[in-house]
Ligand binder design. Structure first.
Ligand SMILES: Nc1ncnc2c1ncn2[C@@H]1O[C@H](COP(=O)(O)OP(=O)(O)OP(=O)(O)O)[C@@H](O)[C@H]1O
Length: 241
Protein backbone atom coordinates (compact mmCIF):
# COMPACT_ATOMS: atom_id res chain seq x y z
CA UNK A 1 0.00 0.00 0.00
CA UNK A 2 1.36 3.42 -0.91
CA UNK A 3 2.08 5.57 2.13
CA UNK A 4 1.14 9.23 1.90
CA UNK A 5 3.99 11.47 3.00
CA UNK A 6 3.59 13.31 6.28
CA UNK A 7 6.25 15.82 5.24
CA UNK A 8 6.79 16.80 1.65
CA UNK A 9 9.00 19.37 -0.04
CA UNK A 10 8.05 20.15 -3.62
CA UNK A 11 10.59 22.18 -5.57
CA UNK A 12 11.13 24.11 -2.36
CA UNK A 13 13.22 27.19 -3.06
CA UNK A 14 14.49 29.97 -0.82
CA UNK A 15 16.50 32.96 -1.87
CA UNK A 16 18.08 35.44 0.54
CA UNK A 17 19.11 38.30 -1.73
CA UNK A 18 21.77 36.82 -3.96
CA UNK A 19 22.09 33.63 -1.91
CA UNK A 20 20.14 30.64 -3.16
CA UNK A 21 19.75 28.84 0.18
CA UNK A 22 17.40 26.14 -1.18
CA UNK A 23 17.24 25.21 -4.82
CA UNK A 24 14.14 23.24 -5.88
CA UNK A 25 14.39 20.74 -3.03
CA UNK A 26 12.18 17.65 -3.28
CA UNK A 27 11.68 15.00 -0.63
CA UNK A 28 8.97 13.06 1.16
CA UNK A 29 8.90 11.56 4.66
CA UNK A 30 6.13 9.08 5.48
CA UNK A 31 4.82 8.08 8.90
CA UNK A 32 7.40 5.87 10.57
CA UNK A 33 10.27 7.20 8.49
CA UNK A 34 13.22 9.38 9.50
CA UNK A 35 14.99 11.55 6.96
CA UNK A 36 18.35 12.88 8.15
CA UNK A 37 19.66 15.90 6.29
CA UNK A 38 23.45 15.85 6.26
CA UNK A 39 25.51 18.69 4.90
CA UNK A 40 28.26 21.19 5.51
CA UNK A 41 27.61 24.59 7.09
CA UNK A 42 25.40 26.62 4.78
CA UNK A 43 24.05 23.62 2.84
CA UNK A 44 20.45 24.58 3.63
CA UNK A 45 19.43 22.24 6.45
CA UNK A 46 18.23 24.91 8.87
CA UNK A 47 16.50 26.83 6.08
CA UNK A 48 14.55 23.67 5.23
CA UNK A 49 13.40 23.29 8.84
CA UNK A 50 12.56 26.99 9.11
CA UNK A 51 10.39 26.82 5.99
CA UNK A 52 8.41 23.86 7.36
CA UNK A 53 7.95 25.71 10.64
CA UNK A 54 6.73 28.79 8.78
CA UNK A 55 9.49 30.90 10.37
CA UNK A 56 10.31 32.17 6.90
CA UNK A 57 8.40 32.01 3.62
CA UNK A 58 9.50 30.05 0.55
CA UNK A 59 10.47 31.99 -2.56
CA UNK A 60 8.76 29.29 -4.62
CA UNK A 61 7.70 25.68 -4.26
CA UNK A 62 5.80 24.10 -1.39
CA UNK A 63 6.33 22.66 2.08
CA UNK A 64 3.46 20.33 3.06
CA UNK A 65 2.71 18.88 6.51
CA UNK A 66 0.12 16.11 6.57
CA UNK A 67 -1.04 17.45 3.22
CA UNK A 68 -1.38 21.05 4.46
CA UNK A 69 0.61 23.70 2.63
CA UNK A 70 2.58 25.68 5.21
CA UNK A 71 2.09 28.88 3.18
CA UNK A 72 -1.67 28.69 2.66
CA UNK A 73 -2.86 26.46 5.50
CA UNK A 74 -0.46 27.50 8.25
CA UNK A 75 -2.59 26.67 11.29
CA UNK A 76 -3.35 23.11 10.18
CA UNK A 77 0.28 22.53 9.20
CA UNK A 78 1.54 23.84 12.52
CA UNK A 79 -0.97 21.74 14.47
CA UNK A 80 0.48 18.59 12.90
CA UNK A 81 4.07 19.58 13.60
CA UNK A 82 6.44 19.33 16.54
CA UNK A 83 9.84 20.97 16.78
CA UNK A 84 12.81 20.11 18.95
CA UNK A 85 15.39 22.89 18.72
CA UNK A 86 19.09 22.29 19.23
CA UNK A 87 18.66 23.89 22.65
CA UNK A 88 15.16 23.17 23.94
CA UNK A 89 13.75 26.28 25.64
CA UNK A 90 12.11 25.56 28.97
CA UNK A 91 11.15 27.80 31.86
CA UNK A 92 14.07 27.13 34.22
CA UNK A 93 12.28 27.78 37.48
CA UNK A 94 9.28 25.64 36.55
CA UNK A 95 9.41 21.89 37.03
CA UNK A 96 9.43 19.56 34.03
CA UNK A 97 5.79 18.76 34.77
CA UNK A 98 4.85 22.44 34.88
CA UNK A 99 6.67 23.07 31.61
CA UNK A 100 4.81 20.19 29.97
CA UNK A 101 1.48 21.44 31.30
CA UNK A 102 2.24 24.94 30.00
CA UNK A 103 3.20 23.79 26.50
CA UNK A 104 0.24 21.40 26.39
CA UNK A 105 -2.05 24.35 27.18
CA UNK A 106 -0.47 26.37 24.35
CA UNK A 107 -1.25 23.49 21.99
CA UNK A 108 -4.77 23.46 23.42
CA UNK A 109 -4.32 19.93 24.71
CA UNK A 110 -5.46 19.28 28.27
CA UNK A 111 -2.83 17.38 30.28
CA UNK A 112 -3.79 13.79 30.63
CA UNK A 113 -1.43 12.59 33.35
CA UNK A 114 -1.66 8.94 32.39
CA UNK A 115 -0.90 9.81 28.76
CA UNK A 116 1.92 12.10 29.80
CA UNK A 117 3.49 9.45 32.01
CA UNK A 118 3.21 6.84 29.25
CA UNK A 119 5.06 9.20 26.88
CA UNK A 120 7.74 9.96 29.49
CA UNK A 121 8.23 6.24 30.12
CA UNK A 122 8.49 5.62 26.37
CA UNK A 123 11.15 8.33 26.16
CA UNK A 124 12.93 6.82 29.17
CA UNK A 125 12.80 10.13 31.01
CA UNK A 126 14.34 9.44 34.43
CA UNK A 127 11.62 8.41 36.87
CA UNK A 128 10.79 11.10 39.41
CA UNK A 129 12.82 13.83 37.68
CA UNK A 130 9.77 15.39 36.08
CA UNK A 131 8.98 17.26 39.32
CA UNK A 132 12.44 18.84 39.54
CA UNK A 133 13.12 22.35 38.16
CA UNK A 134 14.01 22.40 34.47
CA UNK A 135 17.20 24.31 35.32
CA UNK A 136 18.58 21.01 36.70
CA UNK A 137 18.00 19.03 33.48
CA UNK A 138 20.82 17.78 31.28
CA UNK A 139 20.75 18.47 27.56
CA UNK A 140 19.53 14.91 26.90
CA UNK A 141 16.67 15.37 29.36
CA UNK A 142 15.74 18.66 27.71
CA UNK A 143 15.67 16.98 24.31
CA UNK A 144 13.39 14.31 25.71
CA UNK A 145 11.08 16.94 27.17
CA UNK A 146 11.02 18.65 23.77
CA UNK A 147 9.99 15.34 22.23
CA UNK A 148 7.41 14.80 24.97
CA UNK A 149 5.88 18.23 24.23
CA UNK A 150 5.60 17.29 20.55
CA UNK A 151 4.15 13.84 21.28
CA UNK A 152 1.65 15.20 23.82
CA UNK A 153 0.51 17.61 21.14
CA UNK A 154 -0.16 14.62 18.88
CA UNK A 155 2.32 15.86 16.26
CA UNK A 156 2.36 13.69 13.14
CA UNK A 157 5.79 15.00 12.19
CA UNK A 158 8.66 16.20 14.38
CA UNK A 159 11.56 18.33 13.16
CA UNK A 160 14.81 18.10 15.10
CA UNK A 161 17.80 20.40 14.71
CA UNK A 162 21.12 18.76 15.66
CA UNK A 163 19.54 16.53 18.33
CA UNK A 164 22.69 14.69 19.39
CA UNK A 165 25.24 17.51 19.25
CA UNK A 166 26.72 18.20 22.66
CA UNK A 167 25.44 14.96 24.20
CA UNK A 168 27.91 12.58 25.81
CA UNK A 169 28.12 9.19 24.03
CA UNK A 170 25.80 7.38 26.44
CA UNK A 171 23.17 10.13 26.25
CA UNK A 172 23.51 10.24 22.45
CA UNK A 173 23.02 6.46 22.20
CA UNK A 174 19.99 6.71 24.43
CA UNK A 175 18.48 9.54 22.34
CA UNK A 176 19.15 7.64 19.10
CA UNK A 177 17.21 4.68 20.50
CA UNK A 178 14.39 6.97 21.60
CA UNK A 179 14.19 8.58 18.16
CA UNK A 180 14.07 5.20 16.46
CA UNK A 181 11.27 4.11 18.77
CA UNK A 182 9.42 7.39 18.19
CA UNK A 183 9.51 6.91 14.43
CA UNK A 184 8.53 3.25 14.82
CA UNK A 185 5.47 4.52 16.72
CA UNK A 186 4.29 6.18 13.48
CA UNK A 187 5.75 9.68 13.63
CA UNK A 188 7.62 11.15 10.65
CA UNK A 189 10.98 12.65 11.67
CA UNK A 190 13.10 15.19 9.84
CA UNK A 191 16.52 15.59 11.44
CA UNK A 192 19.30 18.01 10.59
CA UNK A 193 22.77 16.88 11.61
CA UNK A 194 26.48 17.03 10.89
CA UNK A 195 27.03 13.64 12.46
CA UNK A 196 27.37 11.00 9.74
CA UNK A 197 27.55 8.04 12.07
CA UNK A 198 24.58 9.05 14.20
CA UNK A 199 22.64 9.80 11.03
CA UNK A 200 23.25 6.23 9.95
CA UNK A 201 21.87 4.99 13.27
CA UNK A 202 18.79 7.23 13.24
CA UNK A 203 17.72 7.50 9.61
CA UNK A 204 15.63 5.39 7.28
CA UNK A 205 16.92 7.76 4.52
CA UNK A 206 19.88 10.11 4.48
CA UNK A 207 19.74 13.19 2.25
CA UNK A 208 23.12 14.75 1.53
CA UNK A 209 22.70 18.48 0.97
CA UNK A 210 25.00 20.80 -0.88
CA UNK A 211 24.27 24.34 -2.10
CA UNK A 212 20.58 24.02 -1.27
CA UNK A 213 20.11 20.82 -3.23
CA UNK A 214 19.83 17.20 -2.17
CA UNK A 215 22.72 15.71 -4.08
CA UNK A 216 22.20 12.18 -2.80
CA UNK A 217 19.41 10.24 -1.12
CA UNK A 218 20.77 7.13 0.54
CA UNK A 219 19.38 4.05 2.20
CA UNK A 220 21.67 3.92 5.25
CA UNK A 221 21.34 0.14 5.48
CA UNK A 222 23.00 -0.17 2.08
CA UNK A 223 26.33 1.29 3.26
CA UNK A 224 28.77 0.71 6.10
CA UNK A 225 29.69 3.73 8.23
CA UNK A 226 33.06 4.18 6.50
CA UNK A 227 31.42 3.85 3.05
CA UNK A 228 28.91 6.52 3.99
CA UNK A 229 31.70 8.75 5.26
CA UNK A 230 33.64 8.28 2.01
CA UNK A 231 30.56 9.10 -0.07
CA UNK A 232 29.91 12.21 2.00
CA UNK A 233 33.52 13.37 1.66
CA UNK A 234 33.34 12.82 -2.10
CA UNK A 235 30.27 15.07 -2.29
CA UNK A 236 31.98 17.70 -0.16
CA UNK A 237 35.12 17.53 -2.34
CA UNK A 238 32.97 18.12 -5.42
CA UNK A 239 31.78 21.26 -3.68
CA UNK A 240 35.31 22.51 -3.26
CA UNK A 241 36.27 21.65 -6.85
N1 LIG B 1 18.38 34.97 7.35
C1 LIG B 1 19.28 34.80 6.39
N2 LIG B 1 19.70 35.84 5.63
C2 LIG B 1 20.60 35.67 4.66
N3 LIG B 1 21.15 34.49 4.33
C3 LIG B 1 20.80 33.43 5.05
C4 LIG B 1 19.85 33.51 6.12
N4 LIG B 1 19.67 32.26 6.64
C5 LIG B 1 20.48 31.45 5.94
N5 LIG B 1 21.15 32.13 4.98
C6 LIG B 1 22.10 31.56 4.01
O1 LIG B 1 21.46 30.47 3.39
C7 LIG B 1 22.38 29.40 3.18
C8 LIG B 1 21.87 28.14 3.88
O2 LIG B 1 21.99 28.32 5.30
P1 LIG B 1 21.45 27.26 6.38
O3 LIG B 1 21.55 27.91 7.71
O4 LIG B 1 20.12 26.76 5.96
O5 LIG B 1 22.51 26.09 6.24
P2 LIG B 1 22.75 24.85 7.22
O6 LIG B 1 22.93 23.66 6.32
O7 LIG B 1 21.68 24.75 8.22
O8 LIG B 1 24.12 25.23 7.91
P3 LIG B 1 24.60 24.93 9.44
O9 LIG B 1 25.07 23.51 9.42
O10 LIG B 1 25.72 25.90 9.62
O11 LIG B 1 23.45 25.18 10.36
C9 LIG B 1 23.72 29.90 3.69
O12 LIG B 1 24.43 30.42 2.59
C10 LIG B 1 23.34 30.99 4.66
O13 LIG B 1 24.37 31.96 4.76
Amino acid sequence: MRKHPTLEARALTKRYGNVLALDRLDFAVAAGETLCLLGANGAGKTTTINLFLGFTAATSGQALVAGHDVATDAAAARAALGYVAEVVSLYPSLSGAENLAFFASLADRPVDLAGRDAILARLRFPAGAIDRPASEFSKGMRQKLGLAIALMKGAEAILLDEPVSGLDPAAANDLVAVLRETAAGGTALLVSTHDIFRAKDIATRIGIMRHGQMVDNIDPASLTGPELEQLYLTHMAERAA
